[in-house]
Design a protein around this ligand. Structure first.
Ligand SMILES: Nc1ncnc2c1ncn2[C@@H]1O[C@H](COP(=O)(O)OP(=O)(O)OP(=O)(O)O)[C@@H](O)[C@H]1O
Ligand SMILES: [Mg+2]
Length: 243
């Protein structure tokens, strides 16, 4: 049987605003992700995709419900324990890249390694290798403002890979890119999947779903990958980007 790497059980997220106003961004969300899956969570703007990513990536806690990573209930962990799990197992590619403007491309990639206490020379060696593998070997010393959108996205992917995570979570990874550059970025995810990683892409873009093995739909904060219905359709596909 395939190993469960990540499970969301009856998760709900309510953001509390000022004056007692509450926003229910996620309600009763169920999702199980298996090892080396390539999953795409598809939903329109405001449907709760980034909120979902924050929950499954342990960046925030659900108001109710549970998140399991490798079978472990993370709700029982302290924030420090969660941070350790996150740092070791999960790589993030954020919707808005979140690169540090004052750091060079390789320094941005090496940043998670600073937090992990990896020495300076080893950080540079690893970041150089990652960026070279992503076709960015001649852009190592560029600052984010000196890079194109596609190049910045590759630096963001490189940073997600720095700690050699088994799971990569990407929020709209092609959202700011033209279709050709976006296709190149998807090729990278395809390659990472072939290398054995679990890939979860969160997007509103139907065309991205071509690369995914499985698609789960999120709508008004609701997703349930167990039910086959109009709202949460499960589609199995063959993997493959290159045509
Ligand atoms: N920190 C927050 N405080 C209050 N409301 C929030 C917060 N974050 C998100 N929301 C609300 O929750 C809902 C879901 O937001 P979320 O960012 O998860 O959507 P999304 O599917 O990622 O949208 P997009 O495709 O535009 O990125 C939205 O209505 C949003 O306004
Ligand atoms: Mg979002």
């Amino acid at each position: 049987m395939k190993k469960e790497v990540l499970k969301l059980e009856n998760a709900c997220k309510i953001y509390v605003m000022g004056k007692g106003i509450e926003v229910r961004a996620l309600s009763s969300a169920y999702l199980t992700v298996y090892e080396n899956e390539f999953l795409c969570v598809l939903g329109p703007s405001g449907s709760g995709k980034s909120t979902l990513l924050h929950m499954i990536g342990l960046l925030d806690r659900p108001t109710e419900g549970k998140v399991y990573i490798d079978g472990k209930d993370t709700s029982k962990m302290t924030s420090e324990e969660q941070a350790k799990v996150r740092g070791k197992k999960i790589g993030f590619v954020f919707q808005t890249f979140n690169l540090v403007p004052s750091l060079k491309a390789w320094e941005n990639v090496a940043l998670p390694l600073v937090i992990q206490g990896v020495g300076a020379a080893e950080r540079k060696r690893r970041a150089t290798k990652i960026l070279t593998d992503l076709g960015m070997g001649d852009r190592l010393n560029h600052y984010p403002s000196q890079l194109s959108g596609g190049e910045r996205q590759r630096v963001a992917i490189g940073r997600a890979l720095a700690n050699e995570p088994r799971v990569v979570l990407a929020d709209e990874p092609t959202g700011n890119l033209d279709s050709k550059t976006g296709k190149g970025v998807l090729e990278i995810f395809h390659k990472l999947h072939k290398e054995g990683r679990t890939i979860i892409i969160i997007t509103h873009d139907e065309s991205i779903t071509d690369v995914a093995q499985r698609i789960v739909r999120i709508h008004d904060g609701t997703l349930n990958d167990k039910k086959k219905g109009k709202k949460n359709k499960l589609v199995s596909k063959k993997v493959g980007v290159s045509k």
